[in-house]
Design a protein around this ligand. Structure first.
Ligand code: 8YV
Length: 336
């Protein structure tokens, strides 16, 4: 008899067909999240699940899911998982690192340029029929990207992919990370480690790429924004909640910094309405990994993780190896 899985969102048909070769698939084939009660009810008889960031997997969600062995996120971030609750329930968790690094780095650069050169406001203004002729002192004088200092907070795989691109624009790169990169990795992305205050004071473009956790909650607030240059732009392609949105709105209103470009927000998809009134902020709806090829690669990787785990093979992107090891041990005991 096939094991049962839940797929919590409309994915690519090719991925669903692949999963259906191995499993009995309960498919929520809509591109909107399941209600928490619905999610819990549909997980009750499942061995595994493919989840998205909008599916909160905690104690309550898995309380009735006694067969559940693995939850496989279609995302590199996993702040929707309560890992402590999953450990207590003996459920393995996986994510999709690696496959979205380059695409998300591209998005960061798109936002750097959009913010520096005011592309979105200029487009909106032109469409509104305001263009009367070319002006030397046009309203869109922006800031140069080339030769400016690129600052990166959080220098994991995506941070390094962002840094590598800076060489093409002759930009010095500084970064802050809890752990300094190995010398060879620093050399590969031509980046220098600095403390957080030096990063804030010197970056012309500050790209945030730390994962969200209690430790990074509001790690950019009014105190940090006050240290930034008046011509600086803040770029967030990581997670809402890393930035204190109210403090950022205030800084943008006061022109304490030149601009921001944000792909993620506290409480998204709800958005502080003040952002909509500001012309020095670019807003995108969490599209960091959104290229067709990358979203397919993410879905396939999530399927790989689930297929391996439910066949007793260690999945490539395990988040909680101790849970996996404990279950393997338990299975051996039972067999013996
Ligand atoms: C996704 C992301 O766009 O992978 C992540 O952590 O935030 C993005 O790649 C999206 O959230 C998919 O669930």
């Amino acid at each position: 008899m096939k094991q049962k899985i839940l797929v919590c969102r409309a994915l690519f048909p090719v991925v669903i067909e692949r999963l259906a070769q191995y499993f009995e698939v309960d498919y929520h084939d809509r591109d909107a999240p399941l209600e928490p009660a619905d999610l819990a009810a549909r997980l009750a008889d499942k061995d595994g699940a493919i989840t998205l960031l909008s599916d909160r997997i905690d104690e309550a969600t898995i309380a009735a899911a006694s067969r559940l062995r693995v939850v496989s996120n279609v995302a590199v971030g996993y702040n929707n998982f309560d890992l402590a609750a999953l450990a207590r329930a003996g459920v393995s968790a996986t994510h999709t690192p690696g496959v979205l690094d380059e695409t998300t780095a591209d998005t960061a650069w798109a936002l750097i340029f959009a913010s520096a050169r005011r592309i979105v406001s200029a487009d909106r203004w032109l469409r509104a029929g305001n263009w009367q002729g070319w002006q030397f002192h046009d309203p869109w004088l922006g800031n140069d990207v080339h030769h400016a200092t690129l600052g990166i907070l959080g220098m994991g795989r995506i941070g390094q992919a962002v840094a590598r691109r800076a060489a093409g624009f002759s930009m010095p790169v500084i970064y802050h990370n809890r752990q300094r990169l190995a010398v060879a990795d620093e050399a590969a992305c031509k980046a220098s480690w600095v403390d957080k205050e030096t990063l804030l004071r010197n970056a012309d473009f500050l790209v945030l790429l730390v994962p969200y956790s209690a430790a990074t909650h509001h790690c950019i607030g009014s105190k940090e924004l006050a240290l930034m240059k008046p011509q600086a732009s803040l770029i967030n392609v990581a997670r809402g909640g890393i930035v204190d949105d109210a403090a950022l709105i205030e800084a943008l209103q006061q022109r304490q910094i030149a601009g921001a470009a944000l792909d993620v927000f506290e409480n998204e998809p709800a958005l502080d309405a003040c952002f909509l009134t500001l012309d020095n902020v670019v807003l995108t709806p969490h599209i960091g990994s959104s290229s067709a090829a990358t979203r397919l690669a993410m879905a396939q990787r999530a399927a790989d993780n689930l297929i391996d785990a439910l066949h007793g093979r260690r999945p490539p992107n395990l988040l909680n190896p101790e849970v996996w090891a404990a279950r393997q041990l338990m299975t051996k005991e039972i067999v013996r």
